[in-house]
Write a protein that binds this ligand. Structure first.
Ligand code: AMP
Length: 112
């Protein structure tokens, strides 16, 4: 855990979040400023800054995270599809430096 990391604090239960799924490796919760009807964040429980700092030791965690996304989407009735976004670095607008996957969906999802 990184003590000054807001998502580590959510994982630890020190900051409240609207949690929708959790297992040994990952936690999913609603984004507090949703950009779509459904806007979830899926985070690894272990602190990783972003994609730039991944190592081969994270491969299983990343594969697990990817497989969780369609399950989370289905659970939130996104039967027509969903979008995932991972911002990496300040140039991409990453605000929270704890790896997270945005899962977005709903009828008014704009085109890219
Ligand atoms: P990013 O720009 O990819 O780093 O996205 C960070 C996201 O985290 C933003 O969409 C924020 O709205 C969201 N966020 C930040 N703090 C919290 C929090 N305490 N609970 C839920 N979502 C948060």
């Amino acid at each position: 855990m990184k003590s000054d990391c807001v998502f580590c604090q959510i994982v630890a239960g020190e900051i409240a979040a609207d949690r929708v799924y959790e297992d040994q490796h990952v936690l999913a919760f609603h984004d507090r400023s949703p950009k779509a009807e459904v806007h979830l964040l899926l985070v690894p429980k272990r602190h990783i800054d972003n994609l730039d700092t991944l190592t081969p030791a994270d491969d299983d965690l990343i594969a697990h995270s990817m497989r969780m996304l369609p399950r989370l989407a289905r659970k939130h009735s996104l039967d027509d599809g969903f979008r995932t976004v991972i911002n990496t670095g300040v140039g991409a607008g990453q605000e929270v430096f704890h790896l997270h996957i945005h899962l977005l969906g709903g009828p008014t999802l704009p085109g890219l």
